[in-house]
Design a protein. Structure first.
Length: 346
């Protein structure tokens, strides 16, 4: 009966034509979180090879990753399993671990090709900037930039609120030109496509292109005319940075895009903080074994409110599990709304 409830909810979320294009409401999220434990167990079973299917290396992924895939797939277990299998296979082929770290991406991170803004946009979506003009193969190989991009996305989407609400990519073409294409080999192009196509659990809600030349504008418009209208609606071409001010708060918008943020200083602080947390996490087991303090897990998300939202999400889970054990329908689960509001608060 519980499996039927999960499947019905997945169809409801998946079939709603406008659901993926709008910001999830608190009620939407409460319903999904109530069904998440049962869906996670079903997904784990599928990855382990139930029903005669061969087991997948994705079965080794932690539960948090399975939950992330289910949130962005609206509880559609088959879809989540496909993404995680592709994710595990891609990481193995590239020789990358399931969880990347800031130390191994340090040079590419400090190039500021990618940077996470400190606040979401006006619709509550997390924002990551892609500074195309900074992609310099003299700094490091394209493969290392790809590894860094994967790490940034891991950190950005570790927050359950971001998994529900989605991501906005701000594509800054200042300083970029068509000649940069010569830096990409066929292997680089294949890797760049493979790492995003059904290969990472993330909802990209909007791609905003700014500072594009007239030629690039024309290329984008021609390409967009050939894609599905729903995809086309998620790509926004803005004439200049001034158009961004209504969508992103000035204090969160980089100065080079007309805002007030010292993006270089802020981004280096973010990297330093990630690396500090990684060192503490690596040292904690040894200190604990020697009688020191108990290990403290590192923060996984990109902003200061992440720990509060994680605690709110964790508070929901025991209630959900209790309902699952009792045999009641998950739809009857009453989760305090303040917990979800705290989880989504920015």
């Amino acid at each position: 009966m519980l499996g039927q409830d999960v499947a019905a909810a997945a169809r409801l979320f998946h079939d709603a034509s406008d659901f993926d294009d709008r910001i999830a409401s608190v009620d939407d999220i409460v319903r999904m979180e109530a069904l998440l434990p049962a869906a996670t167990a079903e997904l784990r079973s599928a990855l382990e090879g139930s029903g005669g299917a061969p087991p997948s290396e994705a079965a080794e992924l932690p539960s948090a990753m399975l939950e992330q895939a289910l949130r962005v797939s609206y509880l559609e277990v088959a879809r989540a399993a496909l993404i995680l299998r592709n994710f595990a296979r891609f990481r193995r082929e590239q020789g990358w671990p399931f969880r990347l770290d800031a130390h191994s991406c340090d040079v590419a991170l400090r190039s500021r090709v990618h940077a996470i803004l400190p606040q979401p946009d006006s619709h509550g979506r997390a924002v990551v900037v892609f500074n195309a003009g900074r992609l310099d193969p003299r700094v490091c190989e394209v493969k290392e930039f790809h590894r860094m991009a994967s790490y940034v996305l891991e950190q950005l989407t570790a927050d359950p609120a971001v998994q529900h609400r989605g991501v906005c990519i701000l594509f800054d073409l200042r300083g970029a030109d068509v000649a940069m294409a010569r830096h990409f080999s066929r292997a680089d192009v294949r890797r760049g496509i493979a790492m995003w196509r059904d290969c990472f659990p993330c909802k990209v809600k909007l791609l905003t292109v700014v500072n594009a030349s007239p030629f690039v504008h024309a290329v984008f418009r021609t390409g967009l005319s050939l894609v599905h209208p729903r995809v086309r609606a998620r790509v926004q071409l803005v004439p200049d940075a001034a158009a961004l001010r209504g969508a992103i708060a000035p204090c969160a918008l980089p100065a080079e895009l007309g805002g007030e943020l010292d993006s270089e200083a802020r981004w280096n602080e973010w990297i330093d903080e990630r690396q500090r947390l990684e060192r503490e996490a690596a040292e904690a087991p040894l200190a604990h074994a020697l009688g020191g303090r108990a290990p403290v897990p590192p923060a996984r998300a990109h902003d200061g409110g992440a720990r509060a939202r994680a605690r709110a999400a964790a508070a929901v889970e025991p209630s959900a599990k209790a309902v699952m054990r009792s045999g009641e329908k998950p739809a009857a689960l009453c989760v305090p709304r303040w917990q979800m509001c705290l989880m989504l608060r920015r």
